[in-house]
Design a protein around this ligand. Structure first.
Ligand code: DGY
Length: 319
């Protein structure tokens, strides 16, 4: 029997799909397996099922040992896994694409509505029992109709966000490091722009590229200065794609109109100034947080694990 270490709590269906075939070492505490425990428990593992909060690096791989065959990350992003170190050790890395596309796009659209229509600000007024009265100029936001949504990275989640935004009357533009996406562009009537032009012309700029050294601080002081002062930044991808200090300054000075963030540079820490700004909407990485999606993610990670351990090609290898 193979030994599978699951580094944190995952939905029961996914755990059961692993337990049917393997000896599974699981972890029930919702806060995740502490690093020292992970290093200890992976010893002798054939598979590690990891969460995005676990750094799966050379130290973890070496603690597991040479029999380790697969790291199945329960996320579409896999920047927490040292893919090169895995390759060097012939360890397959898998992720969970597609199943979280709609849930994440829903959150991106939710953030767009929250920040442009000042929903969180309004909710705070009621919740804090502040005095208020309907007024012609009270808590005015910005409409989406006819505005341009700039999608950085027109993959599955970017396209799903664009589809939703089109239903709100937005025009779609996109930039793509991997080149034009003619079929999606056709479907969405989307215009391909260079990254700099996209940044400078979008009314709402939404990040959907994978995080890597190449996209670290993709949005920094220079890009924020180039954005329209009426523009909004949305990040549901990975926090370190945005220079959070530069964003704080841009929001505080009114260089851009607002930001909706589901991810943070040093998660779970958040730049302390951001929570004091009314023009920032901040969510605790909820992109894939639905019962259905998390179940599907766990099931897919189990499928990937089971395939590799059965000597078959997994459905979702990352390279
Ligand atoms: C992912 O899968 O990468 C998401 O960030 C999880 O919410």
């Amino acid at each position: 029997m193979s030994r599978v270490v699951v580094s944190g709590r995952i939905p029961a269906d996914g755990l059961a799909a692993l337990q049917e075939q393997h000896e599974v070492v699981s972890w029930d505490d919702a806060s995740g397996m502490p690093r020292a425990e992970l290093l200890r428990r992976v010893a002798g593992a054939d598979a590690i099922v990891s969460l995005l909060t676990d750094q799966i690096d050379a130290e973890v791989l070496d603690s597991a040992g040479p029999q380790l065959k697969v790291v199945a990350n329960v996320a579409v992003g896999f920047n927490n896994v040292d893919v090169d170190a895995c390759k060097e050790r012939s360890v397959v890395v898998t992720n969970t694409p597609d199943v979280l596309t709609d849930a994440t796009a829903d959150i991106a659209l939710g953030l767009i509505l929250m920040i442009t229509r000042r929903l969180a600000e309004g909710e705070r007024v009621i919740r804090n029992q502040e005095p208020w009265k309907w007024g012609m100029f009270y808590l005015l936001g910005s409409g989406l109709q006819g505005k341009t949504l700039g999608i950085v990275g027109l993959g599955g989640i970017g396209a799903a966000t664009a589809r939703r935004a089109k239903a709100f009357g937005m025009k779609i533009a996109y930039s793509s490091r991997s080149g034009p996406k003619p079929e999606l562009a056709d479907e969405l009537d989307a215009t391909l722009l260079g990254f700099d032009e996209l940044v400078a012309t979008s009314d709402v700029l939404s990040l959907h590229a994978p995080y890597s050294p190449a996209t670290h601080h993709l949005i920094g002081a220079e890009q924020l200065a180039a954005m329209k002062d009426s523009a909004y930044l949305i990040n549901t991808a990975r926090g370190p794609m945005v220079d959070e200090s530069a964003l704080f300054k841009a929001l505080k000075s009114g260089q851009i109109a607002g930001a909706g963030l589901d991810v943070f540079e040093e998660e779970p820490a958040v730049h302390p100034g951001l929570s004091e700004l009314d023009n920032a909407v901040l969510l605790p990485h909820l992109g894939s947080a639905t019962v259905e999606t998390r179940t599907a993610m766990a099931m897919l990670a189990a499928l990937n694990t089971n395939a590799v351990l059965a000597g078959q090609a997994p459905p979702n290898p990352v390279t």
